[in-house]
Write a protein of this length. Structure first.
Length: 173
């Protein structure tokens, strides 16, 4: 189907418009198109590839399904318990004038890790107040020697000590 280039009249095949008998060029048909609407394609869910064995081919599992395979991670402690342990730790520090601060810290860390599960395995804190007290003395001496500069690293050193003393609980416990 064609249209007249000058007047826009619809022409049948082989027909010439009356407005100009010498119009050699004809317009292509006008089509009404809807306004541009972008299409959004969502990427597929992330996957993780792994080899099951050398004899089997590579298999891909969507990330949301991996929790069922490797186990879930969650924290099952409650707010009131946390508040209770923190208040108890505060009173231990207060009544001992800070001497038992490592014991209070270990008490709270032990509660936190006891209620933490990573990939289906419960964590366990193995650190002791005496072990932390030894670190505490070392960090205090380093802070005195460096005129307080080492105090910037004490938080990181404490986090390293906590991580070093956190393990997965054995299945028979």
């Amino acid at each position: 189907m064609k249209f007249c280039k000058k007047c826009g009249k619809q022409l049948n095949p082989g027909e010439v418009c009356n407005c100009t008998a010498s119009a050699a060029t004809q317009m292509p048909p006008r089509t009404t198109q809807p306004p541009f609407q972008p299409t959004y394609s969502h990427p597929p869910p992330p996957t993780q590839s792994y080899m099951t064995s050398s004899a089997q081919a590579e298999r891909t599992i969507p990330m949301q399904d991996q929790a069922a395979i490797v186990g879930e991670s969650y924290f099952d402690g409650g707010l009131l318990q946390l508040i209770g342990w923190r208040i108890a730790g505060f009173f231990v520090i207060l009544f001992t004038l800070g001497i038992c601060t490592p014991w209070a810290i270990c008490m709270i860390y032990r509660w936190e890790t006891k209620h933490t599960v990573l990939q289906g395995k419960r964590l366990m804190f193995t650190g002791s107040a005496i072990g932390l007290f030894g670190q505490w003395i070392k960090w205090l001496l380093l802070c005195i020697i460096t005129i307080g500069i080492y105090s910037l690293w004490v938080g990181i050193a404490l986090k390293k000590w906590k991580t070093k003393n956190t393990v997965f609980q054995s299945s028979d416990a």
